[in-house]
Design a binder for this molecule. Structure first.
Ligand code: FES
Length: 470
């Protein structure tokens, strides 16, 4: 608006604007006239001849559009404007309950749902570098990773990364646990076991090479411990197959950081050659004699096998606990990770021994390839998503998950694996009914508390869910 009008005129406009705001409205026409007269005088004294028909002389802006802060030097005025903007935003949000308009345009969903700015960017993948690849067994490969700039990946023992790959043009995401000890200078790796018909696990086992780049998200997950030097505890860990990966990270971290703690691991596999981390477990057993007891249970043991045999069922687990002389003293913490039937059996066996559910930590990873068919309503259902004190209404089409519908509507939802395997999208169902594809990683206790996973959850009727921890 300033155009070629002089800076002095601009200041005079601002002073007039300030006066118009401070004095009674009845005086505004007088102030306006005085400003126009003064502007002519200013222009004349600065050598301009303001004739009404000269095109290159701009008319002064209406007084209502002049910012009175222009009366101040520019640097100070800018600072005062910033403070004024912040105060207005706070007033809008706290007193009037209005959200500021988005600075970034986001697509409006088909259902015309409320569009809000992302509160964080948890769903953004990032590239990491593959610095080493180690074949652990015929069916499992460890992939050592650093951040793209070569720095170490940070995580907590037991957490996982969600790996995003594109296979035959289709983008797929799977969760893999970080299996390394969580210690400075220890190289960080995920270990990926082939799953029959598992597209990503087979792809990674067959193709991954040192120097490759992977797209990941995370680390995430609550199946973890907080090691403390002063701890003196007994952890009993029960793993089946690739369920060893998060357990390995917790086990080694605890042994190295908590000199007064001990670990018993009961580890089920099909055969001796299927045992992931066989050598690493043997050398840790040597190093931590008296503090680490590893008990292998094999379905197809080699000749002269003296440890556990059979599928790691509830009965077999109870027998192993008896043989190892493990009495539950009410303080032991149990960590269970493996195939769903094994986990169910372990949970029941532990409860039969009187172990309270809150001392049993469980991590379930499921593959979409092993999941039951489509569920949910055959008509469009309304779902209200309650998040950070705001309700967003969305429409979920038949066949769509709640997560898909919410993301399409521009709502920033927590998620990671998008396949029911990690629990990152867990929300509480407040009303209605949500059906989930099974199996998924939600524990029995979580289901009883009313939690559902939006990435595999579809509404059966009008429902309301609450996103926690926002
Ligand atoms: S995003 Fe992992 S379970 Fe839903």
């Amino acid at each position: 608006m300033e155009g070629n009008r002089s800076r002095r005129a601009g200041r005079f406009d601002a002073a007039a604007s300030l006066a118009a705001r401070a004095l009674p409205n009845a005086l505004t026409p007088w102030i306006e006239q005085a400003r126009l007269d003064a502007t002519m005088i200013i222009d004349r004294t600065s050598g301009k001849t303001p004739a009404p028909l000269v095109d290159d002389i701009e008319a002064p802006p209406p007084l209502s559009e002049v910012d009175p802060l222009n009366v101040l030097p520019r640097g100070i005025a800018d600072k005062v404007r910033a403070v004024r903007r912040d105060v207005q935003m706070l007033r809008d949000r706290l007193i009037l309950g209005k959200n500021p308009p988005p600075v970034i345009e986001r697509p409006r969903g088909a259902a015309g749902a409320v569009v809000s700015l992302p509160r964080k960017t948890p769903n953004m993948t990032r590239p990491v570098k593959v610095v080493r690849v180690v074949r652990e067994t015929n069916d499992a490969v460890s992939i050592y990773l650093t951040e793209a700039d070569g720095s170490a990946l940070e995580f907590q023992p037991g957490q996982f990364l969600s790996v995003d790959v594109t296979i035959d043009g289709e983008r797929l995401r799977r969760a893999y646990s970080l299996a390394s000890a969580c210690l400075p200078d220890v190289p960080v790796h995920v270990t990926v076991k082939r799953i029959e018909d598992g597209r990503v696990s087979n792809h990674l086992n067959d193709t991954i090479q040192e120097g490759d780049e992977l797209s990941v998200l995370g680390p995430s997950g609550n199946f973890t411990v907080e090691p403390r030097e002063v701890n003196e505890r007994h952890l009993v860990m029960i793993a089946g197959g690739s369920g060893i990966t998060p357990i390995m990270s917790i086990l080694e971290t605890v042994l190295r950081l908590e000199a007064g703690s001990r670990v018993t691991l009961i580890y089920g596999n099909r055969g001796w050659d299927d045992v992931i981390f066989r050598d690493r477990l043997a050398s840790l057993s040597d190093e931590f004699q008296g503090r680490l007891l590893v008990d292998h249970v094999l379905e197809r043991p080699p000749e002269s096998w003296s440890e556990g045999t059979g599928l790691l069922s509830g009965d077999v687990l109870e027998a192993r606990l008896e043989t190892l002389g493990i009495e539950d003293d009410g303080l032991i913490r149990y960590f269970v990770c493996g195939p769903t039937p094994m986990m169910e059996a372990a949970h029941e066996a532990l409860q039969r021994r009187g172990v309270d559910a809150n001392r049993i930590a469980e991590e379930r990873f499921t593959s979409p390839e092993a999941r039951s068919g489509d569920v949910g309503s055959d008509k469009i259902e309304l779902v209200v998503i309650s998040q950070a004190g705001h309700d967003h209404g969305i429409q979920v089409e038949p066949g769509q998950t709640i997560l898909e519908a919410a993301l399409a509507a521009g709502i920033d939802m927590p998620f990671s694996c998008a396949m029911g395997g990690c629990g990152a999208c867990r929300v509480r169902r407040a009303e209605g009914e949500v059906q989930m594809a099974e199996p998924n990683c939600l524990s029995r206790a979580e289901r009883e508390q009313g939690y559902v996973l939006t990435c595999v959850g579809r509404p059966l009727m009008q429902s309301k869910i609450e996103v926690e921890g926002v």
